[in-house]
Write a protein that binds this ligand. Sequence first.
Ligand code: GDP
Ligand code: IMO
Ligand code: MG
Length: 439
Amino acid sequence: MYGWMKTNIAVLGAQWGDEGKGKIVDMLTPHFSAVARYQGGHNAGHTVYVNGKKFVLHLIPSGILHAGVTCLIGNGVVIDPQALFAEVEELARGGITVDGRLKISEKAHIILPYHRELDVLSEARRGERKIGTTSRGIGPAYEDKIGRRGIRVCDLLGDRTALADEVRENVSARNRMIIDSTLDWKPVFDQVVAFGERMRPWVDDVSLSLHTMMAEGKTVMFEGAQATLLDIDHGTYPFVTSSNASVGGVCTGLGVPPRAIGGVLGVAKAYTTRVGEGPLPTELSGALADRLRESGQEYGASTGRPRRCGWYDAVAVRYSVRINGLDALALTKLDVLDGLERIDICTAYRCGDRTLTEFPSDVAQLTQCEPVYESMPGWTTPTAGVRDFDRLPAAARAYIARLEEVSGVRAAIVSTGSERDDTILRDPSFQSSDFRVQI
Ligand code: GDP
Ligand code: IMO
Ligand code: MG
């Protein structure tokens, strides 16, 4: 175990999502007492393979596969109770029990069935300008939260008359939004009451539990969903998700102070993917895109949609390093590049007659940007499954070194396969004092 694992760390997406956060969180979990999700909902799909067995986590933290580890879902997460129950049942079928170690914030907001409907409707209304959401009701649930009319987990367990009033008000607001809609509030009320009862054993003051654990000297890993470029504030707005996936979300989404975060690990693929609409400057098409999609199995873990694929975008990752203060990268899916003759790295954008080295704020400008590439030789000896840095082909080592240079951050972890052990834990000297902060 390296020094920087002796403190609480945040593990989050440094690109457009699906970087392999689930694999990295699962792999690091034995070094922590607890894993806590701070934002998003079941739009996330975090895949973990254990001895060939596949688990896809959506709401439950990716630490759940390790017995004895506490898994917490923070107030910043939006919870679809039906999705939660389905996930608990799926885990049980895989021999994993959540009892006694799943804790759900009483302040987390609930996704109601009509949020899903509103999500689909709002996408249809946007037409050509659609976001390409996961249709899980995430955006509408966060809209109700920010609009101060959301329903929280604690509301389900509190005064029934107050809950009935809230549900009635929400349903009538929804009916006003959909022409000719006359949804009855009572069945919705009965349903959410039943949801609350089923969730009751897990409901907790998550902020307090985390503070107590940390005061006892236990360490926590904060798990992000989605990614920095999908962050509602810092992502490619409006083609983003509706929460703060970047590091700021840890504090607001869990009720922990900034000094509780001892280090930030960004997860990045050795190339780039995106699912849904919105600009992707290094996007490839044709045979090369198909090649990356097939060898990387780039299909959405939640929706099954094919992911758009492109070369590594160092402008985007540098931006992510800045926004999150990334201390290190976990560089994943290096093996997917095995056998390519040449590999391109985007180091800047050309926008008209200007060269940009910083990520632009305006999505219209980003759409017009052309990547500036430098090209590196590929490698023929496979990296798949390699667990020792020195056993990587020289060209792969050179590629990683160049990514580190142009991204401005160390790749402390390199992943060469989807299994836990297909991982290179590099650089024991990476024990910067930043990572030893204790609260
Ligand atoms: P997440 O949402 O960030 O957790 O990522 P996803 O689970 O949506 O997508 C990442 C996919 O890549 C999953 O199917 C992982 O099993 C897989 N994966 C993770 N790391 C590696 C790796 O180093 N090599 C390969 N080939 N697959 C990987
Ligand atoms: P993980 O945690 C990749 C994308 C959707 C869409 C946009 C908004 O597995 O990395 P939403 O349903 O959130 O309102 O959709 O965000 N998106 C993701 N893309 N990985 C995810 O999660 C995503 N969650 C949402 O495709 O473009
Ligand atoms: Mg995913």
